[in-house]
Design a protein around this ligand. Structure first.
Ligand code: ADP
Ligand code: MG
Length: 619
């Protein structure tokens, strides 16, 4: 029998590799913009059609390529950035694997125009699905210009997998943000279907953050600057009191590269602990700079995960640096810092030696929100749950302190439930509508036949609103409540682009919002089912929820928007409810078709069985 193993042709190998490197239009944008940065460009322009599905055009004023290099660039493992395995340990460029262009050319229609400043003529190369159609000298500008058309034209499964334009554009905007923030000295422009989404001039780091996320962030930013022998940390954090307004802007960069790092994220969150209220996220933009030999970027094909040689030493430095900034800016008045100098971080003498935690005293009862309760306005404030309460809420037993009850930990209840779902099913019938108590501004307690029912007030309200919105979407008549005084809202370019794409769906939910100049909108009306005190805030929170909602391939866009709107407008924890309000909430909850779960599938209610209460009095 003949041998059966063969080497895959390059075009097939490239297509397979493309699956790893290029997942969606945003991956192409990322790779090409990174190449432009590596080429020393100071100006990069990105032009998209159909969220990149039809066209991605990227031009730069970087070093350009020779005719031979231009052709070579599309070969697999072709790179000008490393020469030997040793170079892998001191990478300072964004790319080095030599895979991106080969991958992109395997699954799209690619035109490259490029010229070095010293050359008279440039080069034009046209490749479709790894096949070179044209290579010829051409009169082109200095620098490089890529046109990528019909992404995944020959991988139908991939093309089908692409999400709605809104979603794909969201991913592209995220990639641009991750490149724009650590490179403020590069001018960046992003056009989509003829609209300018970003026009970012070369500037400093702080101004760049503000240009990307909007002017309202400016007053919130506090500098971080720490210089140790292992790592330099620069950047900005958002003051805790603004955490509620601009949540979710959390960025970590290492040697100019965006990355996710849950362990270091915890160091920052720990520094903010007890300073931000439940459910709010402080912003941070931290830029770490360290010896390239101390990190390994090569662990992941898209390089968003990085391995550190000395993670454990860096953690306390990050934590202390953030803590120090909060202290210096009087956000944490009781921190015991020397205001003039920077903190003294003991360096381990030998590697492996335990590092001593900087000695910081914090007053756990300090509540920076005491003076700032009104800043959210309206009836949608989430701010009144104090940090102290937040701590208590994590502890099941403590929940009952106020009610003079002492009961078993949650886990034990779980075990004693024969079948939770059975109990939930019964709950609807059992509720008898009497004696209702609100606990810790978070739970509603009421006796039912089989015991004590505990309802999560926020999730309950989310469920109620979600079903109301779904009804509105199904019915033909949309009730909108006109605002007496229409409000204008100014958004940052990314949010403005997002709002534009969901504007029509919002109309069918009862919003009356119109574009009113660049990135400005006018809100004339809000959904009739909502009692909106501050329409502008609802729209901001809606965008925030929508941006952060996980992409669910099966959910229809409208459903996802209804879900986000329910979350954005539901009453929050920390709100005192009047007796009628509690009754009303419970009536409405049990009128729902699925009262037991929030639209996200989280538990709305639980029942503590009478027998368990009895057992706890057995002795
Ligand atoms: P890598 O970036 O990992 O080296 P790529 O496939 O992204 O691999 O690019 C291959 C090579 O093509 C690069 O190493 C670089 O020499 C060249 N190149 C790509 N894009 C540009 C550009 N915009 N300007 C100049 N040279 C470029
Ligand atoms: Mg590259």
């Amino acid at each position: 029998m003949s041998d059966i193993i063969q080497l895959l042709p390059d075009s097939v190998a490239n297509q397979i590799a493309a699956g790893e490197v290029i997942q969606r239009p945003a991956s192409v944008v990322k790779e090409l913009v990174e190449n432009a940065l590596d080429a020393g460009a100071t100006e990069i322009t990105i032009n998209l059609k159909d969220a990149g599905k039809t066209l991605i055009q990227i031009s730069d004023n970087g070093c350009g390529m020779s005719p031979t290099d231009a052709r070579m660039a599309f070969e697999r493992h072709a790179t000008s950035k490393i020469r030997s395995a040793n170079d892998l340990f001191c990478i300072r460029t964004m790319g080095f694997r030599g895979e991106a262009l080969a991958s992109i050319a395997a699954i799209a229609d690619v035109e490259l125009r490029t010229k070095r400043a010293a050359d008279e003529l440039g080069t034009l190369i046209h490749i479709i699905g790894s096949e070179v159609k044209t290579q010829e000298p051409a009169g082109v500008n200095n620098g490089t210009n890529f046109k990528i058309k019909n992404l995944f034209f020959n991988v139908p499964a991939r093309r089908k997998f692409l999400k709605a334009n809104t979603t794909e554009l969201k991913h592209i905007i995220w990639e641009i943000q991750r490149i724009a923030l650590p490179n403020p000295d590069i001018k960046l422009t992003l056009h989509h279907d003829g609209n300018v989404l970003y026009d970012l001039p070369a500037t400093n780091s702080r101004k760049r953050i503000v240009d990307v996320f909007g002017k309202s962030l400016n007053q919130s930013l506090v500098g971080v600057d720490e210089d140790t022998s292992i790592v330099k940390i620069k950047g900005f954090i958002g003051q805790p009191k603004y955490a509620r307004k601009t949540m979710g802007e959390q960025f970590f960069f290492v040697n100019g590269r965006y990355m996710r790092h849950p362990y270091f994220h915890k160091a920052i969150m720990k520094a903010f602990e007890q300073l931000v209220p439940h459910g709010a996220y402080p912003s941070y933009f931290l830029f770490l700079d360290l010896d390239a030999a101390a990190i390994d970027i090569n662990v992941h094909p898209t390089k968003t995960e990085i391995k550190f040689e000395n993670e454990r030493d860096i953690w306390p430095i990050i934590h202390a640096a953030v803590r120090e900034s909060l202290g210096k800016h009087n956000v944490v008045p009781s921190i015991d810092f020397d205001q003039s100098g920077s903190i003294d971080i003991p360096m381990p003498k030998r590697s492996g030696e335990e590092i001593r935690f900087p000695d910081i005293q914090i007053n756990p009862d300090y509540n920076p929100f005491d003076t700032d309760k009104s800043s959210m306005g309206g009836s949608y404030s989430s701010g009144s749950s104090t940090p102290k309460e937040k701590k208590n809420l994590d502890n099941w037993e403590d929940l009952y302190e106020g009610a003079q009850l002492k009961i078993k930990p949650k886990e034990q209840y779980r075990e004693s439930f024969k079948s939770e779902t059975d109990l939930y099913a019964q709950a609807t019938d059992q509720f008898s509508g009497k004696k209702v108590l609100q606990l810790k501004q978070r739970y509603i307690l009421t006796p039912v036949k089989s015991g004590l029912m505990v309802i999560d007030q926020k999730r309950a309200h989310e469920r109620i609103l979600f079903e109301k919105f779904m009804e509105v979407l199904k019915s033909d008549s949309v009730a909108s409540q006109q605002q007496l005084f229409p409000q204008t809202i100014e958004l940052n370019p990314a949010d403005s682009a997002l709002l534009k794409t969901i504007l029509e769906d919002l109309l069918s939910l009862g919003f009356d919002i119109r574009e009113f100049g660049k990135d400005t909108f006018i809100i004339n009306g809000t959904p009739g089912v909502l009692d909106v005190a501050s329409p502008e805030l609802i729209v901001e929170r809606l965008l925030e929820e929508y941006k952060n909602s996980p992409v669910d391939a099966h959910a229809k866009a409208k459903e996802q928007i209804a879900n986000s709107l329910a979350k954005a407008s539901a009453l929050d924890y920390g709100m005192d409810l009047k007796q009628e309000e509690v009754d009303h909430l419970i009536d409405n909850l049990f009128a729902c078709s699925t009262p037991n779960f929030s639209p996200d599938g989280k538990k709305v209610l639980t029942i503590i069985p009478t027998e368990d209460i009895e057992k706890s009095f057995a002795k």
